[in-house]
Design a protein around this ligand. Sequence first.
Ligand SMILES: Nc1ncnc2c1ncn2[C@@H]1O[C@H](COP(=O)(O)OP(=O)(O)OP(=O)(O)O)[C@@H](O)[C@H]1O
Ligand SMILES: CC(C)(CO)[C@@H](O)C(=O)[O-]
Ligand code: BAL
Length: 283
Amino acid sequence: MQLFRTVKDLKDFVRTAKKEGKTIGLVPTMGALHEGHASLIKAAAKENDVVIVSDFVNPTQFGPSEDYDAYPRKLAADEKVAEAAGATAIFAPSPAEMYPHKDMTWVEVTGNITKVLCGRTRPIHFRGVATVCTKLFNLSQADRAYFGLKDAQQTEVLRRMVEDLFMNVELRIMPIVRESDGLAKSSRNVYLSPEERKAALILSRSLKHAKEAFAAGERDPRKLVDQVTAEIRTEPMSNIDYVELYGMPGLTEVTGPIDGRVLLAVAVKFGTTRLIDNVVLEG
Ligand SMILES: Nc1ncnc2c1ncn2[C@@H]1O[C@H](COP(=O)(O)OP(=O)(O)OP(=O)(O)O)[C@@H](O)[C@H]1O
Ligand SMILES: CC(C)(CO)[C@@H](O)C(=O)[O-]
Ligand code: BAL
């Protein structure tokens, strides 16, 4: 597996791969790779000749009081995980490589999809994600790009961007990988104290109960949301940011399903760590 630190080196690699008629899969990440990322890399390796993993903590998607500085950076370990999962190359640029000019060119998806849910507390977040993903799609010339459904709103924002800008990349959305006790794998889990880690299990547990209620016939969005909210509140260490449904009329301004799915999504803080999770109810 090759490591590229510069835009030029990545471009040279991509040019050669394209000349050889190879298909390219891109897995955008912020590093600190875990089994969730590995599942995306494995899927990409199955479907493409070449797999490029980007490993870049993107400054433009963090708000001023967020965890950009604290975010874990582990390139040496990431190289091992990426290679074992089947990556051909890892692209780990500096912020100056990715953002060479002070005067920025932004890509911004407007409308409710970027303003609700995570957009309420992270108002500049999706502009940073859309901008960096556009750069990564252009640099990698990927045929397919792989994202996790854990960041469900992100997948919907990117789907709209790709559609609106006629980008030549197919988005492949993969299921959430969990710890054996149910906690969704996340690079931010390392911030949790042992007590917070235990408390955080309320997310997957309450979502599982909502799925059971939906399977038993519950179709009132308010009741499903209230059920999850009430269960999360039984955990004293939790501090709810949102509990919302996607793709079901009645409760949220986000219209339309995500990738054809009805999802119940949550964002909850445990201490200073904000975790997100969701469950597919239908689709
Ligand atoms: N548990 C998981 N299962 C499947 N995909 C995942 C999982 N965790 C992250 N991903 C996906 O990996 C990609 C890169 O995510 P990122 O590097 O931000 O990791 P993360 O663990 O989600 O970190 P963070 O906790 O900061 O959100 C995204 O498409 C994300 O949805
Ligand atoms: C897609 C992404 C790598 C863009 O920085 C990031 O938002 C993430 O890790 O989900
Ligand atoms: N996985 C989303 C990256 C972020 O929270 O900034």
